[in-house]
Ligand binder design. Structure first.
Ligand SMILES: Cc1ncc(C[n+]2csc(CCOP(=O)(O)OP(=O)(O)O)c2C)c(N)n1
Ligand SMILES: [Mg+2]
Length: 361
């Protein structure tokens, strides 16, 4: 297959060094480092983004218990550093494809808490018009292409988006988040192979939280070094501390830089952990409490807060201000969702493929 490629030079990408920032010419406008907020301001932004995700989901738990939110809900609590750190390396023109555990990815991408909460409630003001719910957050205007409930299902979609951008000569990167469970699916291996073969501008972000539902990684994979396996497809692959948001950001920036210079797909295995059960229905009986507690000692929010406090970059007042801002934002999102309308029943057949031209209006 021949695809028109923007002219790029091949450049080797070295493994990331934790704690040091990569130079970059492109980045999220809110990233702080490129926009001149300074290192402290940037770390404050990272902290606020992670706290927004954490507090948003904690509120979702309350609302779920009160039966305001229904259906499947998969919490991201414990993994916030991944969404926030990776997003810092992306521009608004880049594309993102996610999984069913995507509240964090959506919020980090800039979809508002109001639009996400309304979607959780199934209201028309939700980012998917209330039709998707927790697992299908979507916002094409931000190039956020879901929210996919099928394990590894987002990978071929991401490859298609990356191929389209490449063929159009656009210097965009597609970032695809997926779990360690995706390694058991053919879709991962097909995507990795074609992406490497065609040098697609694809950032493959594996959130290795060590479990696929109740199955531990070593119980379903003979080789558990996922970065090494990805490298076998002929792509740059690094394993990164997924609890350290700055290490994640650094690795993601290096990877995106490499992709933009035409070296093809890059793979990041982000070693992380979910502090909550797989979903709201999961009794979480397959792992020891002591293991969960051990990982909580490396809570990504706690790690960054401690680092900032040690550096004298964060005081109690500033932290309280951030927390209050987020509380207000989420209160407002809940109030707005409570008042937003549900889709009228006459719209039931809208956006549904149908042979009846009348039904599709
Ligand atoms: C193709 C497919 N098979 C099975 C399922 C059921 N299922 C839902 S989540 C999940 C585990 C996926 O684990 P992982 O990819 O590690 O993501 P995590 O939930 O840990 O974020 C499974 C097997 C599914 N949704 N899709
Ligand atoms: Mg997993």
């Amino acid at each position: 297959m021949t695809v028109a490629r923007p002219t790029r030079t091949r450049k080797d990408s070295a493994p990331p060094k934790s704690g040091k920032k990569a130079k970059t010419t492109k980045g999220n406008a809110s990233a702080g480092v490129p926009s001149g907020r300074g290192a402290t301001g940037h770390r404050t932004d990272l902290l606020e983004s992670m706290l927004r995700i954490r507090r948003f989901e904690e509120r979702c738990v309350e609302l779920y218990s009160a039966a305001k939110i229904r259906g499947f809900v998969h919490l991201y609590i414990g993994e916030e550093a991944v969404a926030v750190g990776v997003n810092e390396a992306l521009t608004p023109e880049d594309a993102v494809v996610s999984t069913y555990r995507e509240h964090g990815h959506a919020l980090a991408r800039g979809i508002t808490a109001e639009a996400v909460m309304a979607e959780m409630y199934g209201r028309t003001t939700g980012c998917s018009g209330g039709r998707g719910g927790s697992m299908h957050l979507f916002d094409a205007s931000r190039r956020f292409y879901g929210g996919n409930a099928i394990v590894a299902g987002g990978l071929p979609l991401a490859a298609g988006l990356a191929l389209a951008d490449l063929m159009r000569g656009q210097d965009h990167v597609t970032c695809c988040f997926f779990g360690d469970g995706a390694f058991a699916e053919g879709e991962f291996h097909e995507t990795a192979n074609l992406a490497a073969l065609w040098k697609l501008p694809l950032l493959l972000v594996c959130e290795n939280n060590l479990y696929a539902m109740g199955t531990a990684l070593e119980r379903h994979e003979a080789q558990t070094d996922l970065a090494m396996r990805a490298a076998s497809y002929g792509m740059v692959a690094w394993a990164v501390d997924g609890m350290d948001v700055e290490a994640v950001e650094h690795a993601a920036r290096r990877a995106v830089e490499g992709i933009r210079t035409g070296t093809g797909p890059h793979f990041l295995e982000l070693r992380t952990y979910r502090f909550r059960a797989h979903s709201m229905y999961d009794p979480d009986r397959y792992r020891h409490k002591a293991e969960v507690e051990r990982w909580k000692e490396r809570d990504p929010i706690g790690l960054l807060t401690d680092r900032m406090r040690e550096n004298g970059e964060l005081g109690d007042k500033e932290l309280a201000r951030i927390e209050q801002r987020i509380t207000d934002e989420i209160d407002h999102a809940v109030e707005a969702a409570e008042q937003a309308p549900e889709e009228p029943v006459e719209h039931l057949l809208h956006h549904v493929t149908s042979s009846s031209a009348e039904a599709v209006s």
